[in-house]
Design a protein around this ligand. Structure first.
Ligand code: ATP
Ligand code: MG
Length: 684
């Protein structure tokens, strides 16, 4: 097969793409072709005869994985592929691994993945005192640093942390009992299995002879350890990353992984890419200016290859309505001029800012898609259905059972549920088993006669549906509706129309899944969607809206970034990390190919209040708002002013930026430029 595809790479990229054995680190800035290089490397390895099924490529988002798959497959001769290479997210890889090896931990592989919302509900049911978000993040930290509940308990010093460790232990017991796994488990459990079973670790490593990781700067310690296991019998690991784009510090990602890569894996070849192919020079310059304000960086070079392009626009608006109007107007013009909606995106730091734009799009009749926001699967009606289907595949799932036992309403109140729950704990049996094993009288003794009858009917319906499911996956949805009338329960209720539309969409999606994958089960479907972070309901021809976190690795011809206000971007205050915020700014700006618009407002409605806001420091740091502009407002200094300094004499102000109460003035003293604080000079 021809390897013409290598010709679209520059020399350094090619050098990396044709590297075969041994560890390889590609360290380079945004838009320098890192992803393109590893995608090409994947195609190259296959073209020289390496068995595709021995190549594993890991990414962070499904969208990135599917884009890479598409790009790589375009380069590969289909006849070279028997089993396609595995190209997926870390979590998907963990899921596949657990499906095969969960029994190593003495657990069944019919586990169910819970999402963040489920996790919060479980934690709330265990403890009502400590803020749930704190519990969520601390438990996640424990898991990602491989700290078990008993270790957490023995090392906790503060009372608060003793309590958290205690809740962690109960939470783990709950997951085990209901055979649930959370997202962190999808990485942690495979690691534990590989740690425990050396033989399996060796086999797994031999199975994946070539491992590649995109966005390596966002891996955490657990992911690093897992990768070490995967490469234990060879050293064929290739990672790409950019220290300036590390944006998951808050989730335990550690930049050390990329900085110490050469020590972690022996004989590393390091390739640096220094040209940016994505953005116009103007956009790139602003991105570079912004990131230069960070101290904690390797300081790579990034040179533009494209033309200067249009200037970056900065929109100043009174409030979010005006901001929305301006942006929607621009988008209308872009589309009218022949641009495609899918080449346009709007980014924000804080998800809640999308609301006003969504309204704007709806009014203007422009289709849009919200990536990674309020996910389709997080909507209450969809979660209910998922809970129902979980019960159908696994009746021991108490958690899901409690969610739907009274949906649609059948008179089972919270007291009844609590009684059943208590009984389930006492007997160490799932609630559903109790409903099955107890006869009506015995059940009446726990929950009363009327409830007992209702519950028995409910139990029988679930059993019937389990049979219907076995008979025909395609027809079971009809039987499900006939039995529970779930969809009809949204007749004549406020926003029922939207909810029914979502339900129809979901049913359609399930049917489609079964048509496409006739050999897969409802359980497979449930696990698949638990990992699907993208919105499946929407078309391709739409403007994209997403958080900067979700935009990692992507690119758009026309980009808008909104909410450039102090407090929103950067997020300020306790626990915020200004350097990470700035890296987010850098990631955001470098998504743009041809045009970029940055927008700020004077006031925004947020969390029930209207807040007055100041424009983001990032605008001046990126050189988008000239220091002198601010100066005119706040002081007497502006570009061109003549000033006198005690030692250096007379000079002219070139630039002024705010520095605390003072201004940092760049002054030209007869050909010599110096930076001096305004309090040290006198204006003439
Ligand atoms: P990020 O850090 O944002 O993930 P990246 O380094 O992964 O960026 P890519 O997405 O691979 O960069 O490439 C950015 C753009 O530059 C893509 O449109 C890609 O096709 C193009 N590109 C990369 N290398 C070359 C090249 N040698 N010649 C022409 N275009 C290139
Ligand atoms: Mg990339």
């Amino acid at each position: 097969m021809s390897d013409n595809f290598l010709n679209s790479l520059n020399d350094s990229q090619k050098d990396a793409a044709i590297h075969i054995d041994g560890s390889l680190l590609i360290l380079a800035g945004a838009g320098s072709g890192k992803t393109k290089t590893i995608t090409t490397r994947l195609a190259y390895l296959i073209s020289i005869g390496i068995d595709p099924s021995t190549i594993l490529t890991l990414t962070f988002t499904n969208k990135a994985a599917s884009e890479m798959r598409e790009r790589a497959f375009r380069m590969i001769d289909p006849s070279m592929i028997n089993t396609p290479p595995l190209l997926c997210t870390f979590h998907k890889f963990g899921l596949l691994f657990l499906k095969f090896h969960m029994s190593e931990l003495g657990r069944k592989n019919s586990f169910i993945i819970i999402d963040n919302d489920d996790k919060k509900r479980i934690l709330k049911s265990i403890d009502k005192e400590i803020t749930t978000s704190l519990l969520v993040s601390e438990i996640s930290k424990y898991k990602n640093t491989l700290i078990t509940p008993s270790e957490a308990k023995s090392t906790a010093q503060l009372k608060l942390y003793q309590q958290i460790a205690d809740i962690y232990e109960k939470y783990e017991a709950y997951l085990l009992k209901n055979n649930l796994v959370d997202f962190d488990d999808l990485l942690l459990l495979p690691y534990m299995i590989l740690e425990k079973n050396e033989e399996l670790a060796k086999e797994t490593s031999q199975r994946y002879q070539y491992v590649m990781v995109d966005e390596y700067q966002d891996t955490n310690e657990l992911q690093y350890k897992l990768l070490r296991k995967l490469c234990s019998t060879h050293n064929n690991i290739c990672v790409v990353g950019d220290d300036d784009q590390s944006i998951y510090g808050w989730r335990g990602a550690t930049i050390k992984n990329i900085l110490n890569f050469s020590e972690h894996f022996e004989d590393t070849k390091v390739v640096k890419l220094e040209e940016n192919y994505r953005s116009t020079n103007t956009i790139l310059e602003h991105a570079n200016q912004l990131i230069e304000h960070n101290r904690d960086r390797l300081g790579k070079k990034l040179i533009g290859t494209r033309k200067k392009g249009d200037s970056v626009r900065v929109y100043e608006s009174h409030d979010e309505n005006e901001e929305t109007r301006k942006i929607i107007d621009d988008i209308k013009k872009l589309i009218a001029s022949g641009e495609s909606a899918k080449d346009i995106a709007i980014l924000f730091r804080v998800n809640a800012l999308s609301r006003s734009l969504e309204e704007g799009f709806n009014k203007a009749g422009i289709s849009y898609r919200l990536i990674g926001g309020m996910k389709f699967y997080e909507r209450a009606e969809i979660k209910d259905l998922i809970a129902y289907f979980r019960i159908l595949t696994n009746t021991t799932d108490n958690f899901s059972l409690k969610r739907i036992i009274n949906k649609p309403k059948r008179g089972i109140g919270k007291t009844t549920i609590d009684k059943l729950d208590a009984k389930s704990v006492e007997l160490k049996k799932p609630i559903f088993t109790i409903l099955e094993e107890y006869n009506a009288d015995e059940l009446s003794a726990i929950v009363g006669k009327k409830n007992s009858r209702t519950l028995k009917v409910f139990m029988a319906s679930v059993m019937d549906l389990r049979e219907a499911l076995e008979e025909s996956k395609m027809r079971f949805l009809d039987s499900f509706e006939d039995t529970f009338d779930y969809r009809a329960s949204y007749d004549n209720v406020p926003d029922g129309f939207d909810r029914q539309a979502n339900i129809d969409e979901f049913y359609g999606y399930i049917r489609d899944y079964f048509i496409q994958h006739p050999h897969l089960s409802l359980e497979d479907f449930l696990n698949e969607i638990a990992l699907d972070s993208e919105n499946s309901e929407l078309t391709d021809q739409a403007v994209s809206m997403m958080s900067i976190h979700s935009s990692k690795g992507l690119e758009y011809k026309h980009l808008f970034i909104i909410g450039l206000e102090e407090g929103f971007f950067p997020i300020t205050g306790d626990g915020s990390d200004i350097e990470e915020e700035r890296r987010l700014g850098y990631v955001g700006i470098t998504r743009a190919m041809d045009t970029l618009t940055m927008s700020f407002v004077h006031s925004r409605f947020y969390k029930g209040k209207r807040a007055t806001l100041l424009k983001s420091r990032f605008l001046s740091e990126a050189g988008l708002i000239k220091g002198s502009l601010q100066l005119e407002k706040h002081s007497n200094y502006k570009k061109g002013d003549l000033v006198q300094h005690k030692i250096f004499g007379m000079g002219r102000v070139q630039k002024a930026t705010k520095a605390g109460k003072d201004y940092k003035l760049t002054i030209n003293f007869g050909g010599q430029r110096r930076d001096i604080l305004s309090s040290f000079v006198e204006k003439i």
